[in-house]
Design a protein around this ligand. Structure first.
Ligand SMILES: [Zn+2]
Length: 296
C-alpha cells in the first residue's frame, strides 16, 4: 500500500473513532437526562463515568461538558472532525464561565453561533478565538499545588465582585489572611449543605431527633443506596441525608431499623419510587423555595 492508500484508510479509522466518541457523548446526555446513573447506584453522572466506565476525572469532566452542547452540533460536523471533543469542551467551559460572570443564561442562538465559529479550528485557534470573543472571561485554569504535606498553594482568578466579598469578609472576621477567610467560608457552607435540614421530605424528616439523625449518618459514613440489579453501592459522601425506608406517609417509623443514610440524589430517587416523579418534582420546588427562604 502506498502512502495515499494508507492515508485514505487511516482517514476511515479516524472517522469511525469520531463516530464512536459522538455515540459516547449522546449516551452521557441520555444518562444525565433520564437520570439512569441514580438507578445504577451512582451519585452523579461523573461518578458513573469514573467508577463504572473507568474514565479519568478530567476525561469524564470534558465529556459531560461537551455532551451538554451536543444538541447544537449537527452529527456530521462531529464525525467529519470539523468540531471535536476538545474544541467543544473549550466552548462549553467559556460559556459556563461567561454565564457565571454575567449571572445570565446565554441564549441558544448565541451558543449555536459560537459553536459554528469553531468549526474546522484547531484547539489553539479555538482558544484564541474564545479569548477575543470573551476578553473578560478568563480561560485560564485554577491551580492547586502542594507546597508541603499540610500546605497547598491555590492560584485562581477572582472577578471584581468576588474580590469585594473577600475583602468584606476579611473586615468582618478581623483578618488579613485570605486562607483564614476561605476556611471559615468553606466550613460555614459545608455545614449548611451537609445539614440534614435540607432533606427533601421536610415534614417527615423534621420529626427524626437530631441525635438519631447524626447517628445514622455517622454510622453509614456514605450513601447506602445499592442498585438491586448490579449490587453497585453509591458510597457518595456528598449531601448525606437520612431516609425512612418505609416512608412515614406509609406508616414507617423513626426506629433505627427504618432509617438509612442516602445522598440527595438517592433520597430523591427513593421518594420518586414511593410517590412518583411528578409528585416529587412539585416537592423539589417547595423545598428549594423553603431553602432560599431560610438561608439569608
Ligand atoms: Zn447515593
Amino acid at each position: 500500500m502506498d502512502a495515499y492508500g494508507f492515508d485514505a484508510e487511516f482517514a476511515q479509522d479516524v472517522r469511525r473513532s469520531n463516530e464512536a466518541t459522538h455515540k459516547v457523548l449522546v449516551g452521557i446526555q441520555a444518562c444525565e437526562r433520564e437520570r439512569h446513573f441514580v438507578v445504577l447506584g451512582f451519585g452523579s453522572v461523573y461518578d458513573w463515568l469514573i467508577k463504572r466506565h473507568k474514565f479519568s476525572e478530567s476525561a469524564a469532566h470534558r465529556r459531560v461538558q461537551a455532551s451538554r452542547l451536543l444538541a447544537l452540533v449537527p452529527d456530521e460536523k462531529f464525525t467529519s472532525g470539523d468540531v471535536n471533543l476538545t474544541t467543544l469542551t473549550q466552548v462549553a467551559t467559556v460559556i459556563r464561565k461567561e454565564e457565571k460572570r454575567t449571572g445570565q443564561r446565554m441564549t441558544k442562538e448565541a451558543k449555536s453561533e459560537l459553536v459554528a465559529k469553531i468549526e474546522r479550528k484547531t484547539s489553539a485557534q479555538t482558544e484564541q478565538l474564545l479569548a477575543t470573543e470573551f476578553p473578560e472571561t478568563n480561560t485560564g485554569k485554577d491551580s492547586i499545588r502542594a507546597l508541603n504535606h499540610d500546605q497547598s498553594r491555590l492560584t485562581t482568578d477572582l472577578p471584581q465582585a468576588t474580590r469585594a466579598k473577600l475583602e468584606r469578609l476579611k473586615e468582618l472576621l478581623g483578618t488579613q489572611n485570605s486562607a483564614e477567610v476561605l476556611d471559615e467560608a468553606f466550613t460555614a457552607l459545608l455545614k449548611q449543605l451537609d445539614s440534614p435540614e435540607t432533606a427533601p421530605r421536610e415534614t417527615a424528616a423534621k420529626s427524626i431527633p437530631q441525635k438519631l439523625r447524626r447517628y445514622v449518618i455517622q454510622k453509614a459514613q456514605t450513601c447506602e443506596y445499592r442498585d438491586p440489579v448490579t449490587g453497585q453501592r453509591c458510597d457518595s459522601t456528598h449531601n448525606l441525608q437520612v431516609d425512612h425506608i418505609i416512608p412515614k406517609a406509609k406508616g414507617g417509623t423513626n426506629q433505627l431499623s427504618n432509617l438509612r443514610c442516602l445522598c440527595r440524589q438517592h433520597n430523591m430517587h427513593a421518594a420518586e419510587l414511593n410517590f412518583g416523579r411528578e409528585h416529587m418534582n412539585k416537592f423539589r420546588t417547595v423545598r428549594e423555595q423553603h431553602q432560599s427562604y431560610v438561608v439569608h
